[in-house]
Design a protein around this ligand. Structure first.
Ligand code: ADP
Ligand code: MG
Length: 254
């Protein structure tokens, strides 16, 4: 059994007096695609933000590639990372949101090059050729010189995926990547994600696309009320859910 790439160990998180994550645990091994389903307000986005260190955890720990998120472990003790170290750690985790968050004043190529140059210190020429390669992977090589506003939503989201890949992440997090898209543009983004999964990328995907979960996920988690209420293969969770709450959720989204 190889060590997991991402592991959450009894994560607790409250906003004020309201607990939002109540002892969440899961682990994904290298190359695993894990889909996270659940109703709005379940805590899915908060969980992703804890995994990449954007949100501090109250109790429990999250590990990415063996390292505690936001901490350094030394002789069994945890020391908080500096802001600089934390952002370097975060750079190894790709994150794709519902809104694409591309820089409007930069071309597609410049958007994809930005973090490798600014955060990773890659030379401009190397960053540009790598960006071209990432754009090829998402089928948008010919759009390198375009500005985001001239692209469809589906194309912009594919650029956002290329931008995340340009940092050579060990883990990719997706938070409802197709929820803001017109229905006819959803498929092209899911196709890129499917191809990424086929290359062996470890992926944690929050989505309402049950078909994608059924086809691509190795594991499906269902969250409700800050807890994981189902955890299993797509067949188990989608066809034989243990919880009435899962059945109710699935009947709403299917
Ligand atoms: P989901 O992504 O499953 O819809 P979220 O993780 O966004 O759920 O939110 C879970 C709960 O936490 C919601 O009740 C939400 O209102 C609350 N919440 C999320 N972020 C914050 C925040 N920064 N401050 C206060 N409450 C928050
Ligand atoms: Mg959310």
């Amino acid at each position: 059994m190889t060590a997991p790439i991402v592991e959450a160990v009894a994560i607790w998180k409250s906003f004020g007096a309201t607990p939002v994550l109540k002892g969440v645990s899961f682990a994904a091994r290298r190359g695993e695609v894990m889909c996270l389903l659940g109703p709005s307000g379940a805590g899915k986005s908060t969980l992703l933000r804890c995994v990449n260190g954007l949100e501090a955890i109250d109790r429990g720990m999250c590990y990415v590639d063996g390292d505690p998120v936001g901490y350094r472990e030394r002789a069994g003790r945890f020391h908080p990372l500096s802001e600089r170290e934390a952002s370097r750690q975060r750079a190894a985790i790709g994150m794709v949101f519902q809104g694409f968050n591309l820089f409007p004043h930069l071309t597609v190529l410049q958007n994809v090059m930005d973090a490798p140059v600014r955060v990773a210190g890659l030379g401009r020429e190397a960053a540009a050729s790598q960006a071209q390669e990432m754009l090829r992977r998402v089928g948008l090589a010919e759009k390198a010189g375009s500005y985001p506003r001239h692209l469809s939503g589906g194309q912009q989201q594919r650029v956002a995926i290329a931008r995340a890949l340009a940092m050579r992440p060990t883990l990719m997090l997706f938070d409802e990547p197709t929820s803001a898209l017109d229905p006819e543009l959803v498929g092209e983004v899911l196709d890129v994600m499917k191809e990424l999964a086929a290359t062996g990328m470890t992926m944690l995907v929050v989505t309402h696309e049950i078909g994608f979960a059924r086809e691509v996920a190795d594991t499906v988690l269902v969250m409700d009320g800050g807890e994981i209420i189902e955890h299993g293969s797509p067949g188990e969770v989608l066809h034989r859910p243990a919880h009435l709450r899962t059945q109710a959720f699935l009947s709403r989204v299917l």
